[in-house]
Design a protein around this ligand. Structure first.
Ligand code: NDP
Length: 493
């Protein structure tokens, strides 16, 4: 690609070692516009292929990722610092999504008949979902494979070209994915990469893309939305959360403790759907807390291969984590494990806080670290009330033998896991996304395919209707008859 990149290059350093992991172009707004123009041309070709032809290419892309999983995981490990095995798991979980999107796109988006009413019985109606054109995907660093591909793959399966701007922390991962796709689809630049910092992302929002799929913080989502407003470019926003986990009195406490530790501390707690707040029924609070601390104390943050928790990817995040823990302790909370002195450089050891007031930043803001707050509640009514007392509404988890789903139904969020954590993103047919400060729109599932399309309706008149309605030649007799029919049909309600 010929570009007029800025003189400086983006330097990526390994959070594990501080070593240089790679340098990448700092693409300017002019570069971004040029890439989007190339994508526009490619989009026409890609949209002109059949669903089957696109599926065949996406399936081969899936094969490449599967065969080179360890190579991809190596780059993710180096750029994010997460354990290599976790990086490989992240990449593996994307494979089912690619298969599902490729296979289901024709069924979900293809032309199908739509029903007609009594007065329109002479019409043949149909609807189909057409690609928007060029989709800009702005990705995060915490799951640099799984999260952006959740938009990219569904947008591609729907027939769009994509311009991908990975986080400045993970451009190498983005380059690998785009390179692998180009091997499968060499004819046209259907999936392209732009790299740089936030200004490159901002340029993508202001370019002539037809939609932006954004994953990141709520604050940046607002900037993205404001920039996109200038051209009325729609966005799907997958922002953060403050996900609760509820433990009822009849829950399997071992399973709940194990899940809470994984939900809160896997990927060093840097998950949008990470568990941050735990609400436990008073009857089982002590027993649960004991088990939770036991499981968490067996995890260790480090840079060696045996560490289960890697370093914090983004250097500034360490201060956010420290501030939240300090605020919890200053307001009367207790660190039953870890605490502020569990932070050393980029490493944060597992931290469990109890007795934290609900207005502490540890309870209200996204911490994005391996920390959990645990709160004793009278019953599940109180748990639901406290869980819902946040502007966020991404995911939630409930552990209960009898009433898990009922409790889950009362939670204000986009996704609920019952007796598990992180299960719903693994199921490709399930839409993923939140409400409130957690964003809007959906990736994954049928909704995730339709998100990158527009509905197009056709109504074909098959024969002249006995009652001609849309003509100036309509008679008073017709009007009287229509009034009578409509009263008969709807008047009884
Ligand atoms: P941001 O929301 O700032 O970044 C997310 C993506 O947006 C990155 O690709 C970033 O690029 C890009 N970006 C930044 N500024 C703009 C802009 N003005 N216009 C368009 N794109 C832009 O998150 P951070 O990475 O700074 O993390 C901050 C916090 O956000 C975290 O602590 C965490 O709480 C939350 N977060 C939540 C995520 C989730 O999964 N929901 C993922 C990541 C973060 P660049 O990296 O180059 O600046």
């Amino acid at each position: 690609m010929t570009t007029t990149v800025r003189a400086e290059r983006l330097e990526v350093r390994s959070p594990q070692t501080g070593d240089l992991a790679g340098t990448h172009p700092m693409h300017t707004a002019a570069d971004v516009d040029a890439v989007v123009a190339r994508a526009r041309a490619a989009a026409g070709w890609w949209a002109g292929l059949t669903f089957r032809q696109r599926a065949e290419r996406l399936d081969r892309f899936r094969g490449v990722i599967a065969r080179r999983l360890q190579q991809l995981a190596g780059i993710v490990h180096e750029e994010t610092g997460k354990p290599h095995a976790d990086a490989a798991l992240e990449a593996a979980l994307v494979l089912d999504h690619i298969a599902w999107a490729a296979k289901n796109a024709p069924k979900v988006l293809g032309k199908r008949r739509a029903g007609v009413g009594l007065l329109t019985a002479n019409q043949a109606a149909s609807v189909e979902y057409r690609p928007l054109g060029v989709v800009g995907v702005i990705g995060p660093w915490n799951y640099p494979v799984f999260t952006p591909l959740g938009s990219i793959v569904y947008a591609l399966a729907a027939g769009n070209a994509v311009v991908f701007k990975p986080s400045e922390f993970t451009p190498g991962t983005g380059a690998w994915l785009v390179g692998a796709f180009a091997e499968i689809v060499p004819e046209h630049p259907v999936l392209q990469l732009v790299t740089g910092d936030g200004s490159t992302g901002a340029a993508l929002c202001e370019s002539e893309v037809d939609k932006i799929a954004f994953t990141g913080s709520t604050e940046t989502a607002k900037k993205v939305m404001a920039a996109c407003a200038r051209r009325l470019t729609p966005i799907v926003a997958e922002c953060g959360g403050k996900d609760p986990l509820l433990v009822d009195s009849d829950a399997d406490l071992d399973a709940a403790a194990d899940a809470a530790v994984w939900g809160g501390m896997a990927n060093a707690g840097q998950s949008c759907i990470g568990t941050e707040r735990v609400y436990v029924h008073a009857d089982v609070y002590d027993a649960f807390l004991h088990k939770l601390v036991d499981v968490a104390a067996r995890q260790r943050a480090g840079t060696d291969p045996d560490a289960t928790i890697g370093p914090i990817t983004m250097p500034e995040q360490v201060e956010v984590i420290r501030r939240h823990i300090a605020d919890a302790l200053a307001r009367g909370g207790t660190a039953v494990l870890g605490g502020t002195d569990a932070i050393e450089g980029r490493l944060v050891q597992p931290t469990i806080l109890t007795g934290v007031p609900e207005d502490s930043t540890a309870m209200t803001e996204e911490t994005f670290g391996p920390t959990l707050t645990v709160t004793k509640v009278r019953d599940m009514d109180e748990a639901v009330e406290r869980a819902n007392a946040t502007g966020y509404g991404l995911g939630a988890a409930v552990f209960a033998k009898k009433h898990g789903e009922e409790i889950g139904d009362r939670l204000r969020c986009g996704m609920v896991a019952v007796n598990a954590v992180f299960n719903y993103p693994q199921i490709p047919s399930l839409p993923f996304g939140g409400v409130g400060d957690s964003g809007f729109g959906r990736i994954h599932g049928p909704d995730g395919l339709r998100e990158f399309t527009y509905a197009r309706s056709v109504a074909r008149q098959r024969f002249t209707p006995p009652l001609a309605l849309t003509t100036f030649g309509r008679t008073a007799k017709t009007d009287a008859l229509v009034a009578k029919i409509m009263t008969l049909l709807h008047g009884k309600h």
